[in-house]
Design a protein around this ligand. Sequence first.
Ligand SMILES: [Zn+2]
Length: 118
Amino acid sequence: MSFNMDDIFSDAKRYVGIVGEKTGSAVEYSRKQVSRVQLRVQFREKLTELGRLCYDMHEQNIDRTGEMKKLIEEMEDIEATIKEAENAVGVAKVCPLCGTKNKASNAYCSKCGERLDR
Ligand SMILES: [Zn+2]
């Protein structure tokens, strides 16, 4: 299994929680959260493809480095877009314990200290 389903579900949970707030900015925020989920799915699909190319290259002794480089560049673009989305909303991690919105860069909740897993 190449997907980290926990990550996807935790994003989905955040989305559901945020939609409940019903304010304009919260709706905007949740939209960005959803697009981040989609971007992460895209990223993982490319990661899987990258792994397959690497495996093929090894098993069949065919040079796939050109395709691999292209994939890595696409993945870097996706990463940059995710970062942009995180910066645009200013907060990207909602504490699972107390619901405080934390900065994307925070590893722990600024209010209660709970670990903010990605
Ligand atoms: Zn907290």
